[in-house]
Design a protein around this ligand. Structure first.
Ligand SMILES: [Mg+2]
Length: 385
């Protein structure tokens, strides 16, 4: 294992139009608002290895938007160029997992204080390039000798909509093989209930995951659960029913239903996980790279959550195949998770990448023994740095 040095860090806007607008309780978007990061690591003998990362903004879920990300990453490039990543530090990661080494991770923490979205992209790109330099895939780099889970099964997300529109969307995805719907709720529980029951009536036997994005009080959330469970829906989990600061509400829903409550907006760090374990505010956590600051923190939080017997979901912002691939490698390195929600590439009107996470309907292939890094390359003239 030879040391490598960061020679360049380049950024470019990554604005990919969506096939149709993405609507959740707190946001609406018509194109991705991301930044593409490319790093170049150079070995002593002059051989260069490139890595890519996606900084995916989704305001107000993320504090940052594309202009702030471009500025933060532009400022960071001079601070990081010349950074050395060597074998002596690889297994001394501050997260207690194989990674880039504690000094590198601490430098990323300082450089991107307050912009975890940007940090996640740079860390992903560094891991991608570093794994390529070692001749392995990112999941193998992260897992060491651990068991990988390279075949995953994702749900498909249905935006908030009325019953007719939601049934139409569900039918179209069902025809493409999807059997589990992650349904965005949280505007009005009765209307959400009607839409969910309509999908169940039209397509019996499907499974559901709900996501309110903080939209409900505990009573509204429990009323919605009563309504849909009473109609016979199989609900696997209920993500973030209440506001992140409404801990009592989250606890009430967790205690009031057998359906596992999954924390999403409530968990942005290992400290948040510890608080959830103390308060009993959820039975599961949703890992996302841009929220936790990168693959290494996501891996560490995922391992801790699994060790505590919590359910784990792997999610994303509205991201391209690149960002989803980085998360998929974390899932593989974790040996799998309970709920895979890596579907947002299907919302895009075009795909600016080749390789990386392979998909066919709900099936996701993380990679194989020949995969180097994330295995994902940019294509097309739109992504020049
Ligand atoms: Mg969510």
């Amino acid at each position: 294992m030879q040391p490598v040095v960061l020679r360049t860090l380049r950024v470019a806007p990554l604005s990919v139009p969506l096939s149709s607008p993405f609507v959740i309780a707190t946001a609406r978007m018509e194109a991705t608002r991301a930044v593409l990061v490319q790093v170049e690591l150079v070995r002593d003998d002059g051989v260069a290895f490139f890595g890519l990362g996606e900084a995916a903004a989704l305001p107000p879920v993320t504090r940052e938007d594309q202009p702030e990300l471009l500025a933060a990453l532009g400022r960071a490039s001079s601070a990081l160029e010349g950074l050395a990543i060597g074998p002596a530090v690889v297994r001394a990661s501050s997260h207690g997992v194989a990674g880039l080494g504690a000094p590198v991770e601490a430098l990323l923490d300082r450089t991107f204080e307050g912009s975890w979205v940007a940090r996640a992209a740079v860390e992903s790109a560094l891991l991608d390039a570093f794994a390529r330099a070692q001749g392995v895939a990112v999941d193998r780099l992260l897992a060491g000798e651990g068991t990988l889970a390279r075949r995953l099964h994702t749900d498909i997300t249905l935006s908030i909509a009325g019953p007719d529109e939601m049934v139409e969307a569900a039918r179209a995805w069902s025809a493409r093989g999807f059997d589990c719907f992650k349904v965005k709720v949280g505007h009005a529980w009765q209307r959400d209930c009607d839409a969910l029951r309509a999908v169940h009536d039209a397509l019996p036997g499907k499974r559901f995951r709900l996501d309110a994005n903080e939209g409900f009080s505990a009573k509204q959330a429990l009323a919605l659960l009563d309504g849909v469970l009473g109609a016979g829906l199989v609900v696997e989990c209920f993500e973030q029913p209440c506001r992140r600061d409404d801990v009592a509400g989250m606890v009430e829903v967790t205690r009031g239903s057998a359906v596992p409550v999954v924390a999403d907006e409530s968990i942005r760090s290992m400290d948040d996980l510890e608080q959830i374990l103390r308060t009993g505010a959820a039975r599961g956590v949703n890992l996302k790279l841009v929220k936790l600051g990168g693959p290494l923190a996501a891996l560490a939080v995922g391992r801790r959550a699994k060790a505590e017997g919590m359910g784990v979901m792997a999610g994303a912002m509205v991201e391209t195949r690149l960002g989803l691939s980085a998360m998929a490698h974390v899932v593989s390195a974790l040996g799998g998770v309970d709920w895979v929600d890596l579907d947002t590439h299907l919302l895009l009107a075009s795909d600016p990448f080749v390789g990386g996470m392979g998909t066919e309907g709900p099936r996701v292939e993380v990679g194989d023994d020949g995969t180097l890094g994330l295995g994902c390359e940019a294509r097309g003239p739109g992504l020049s740095f």
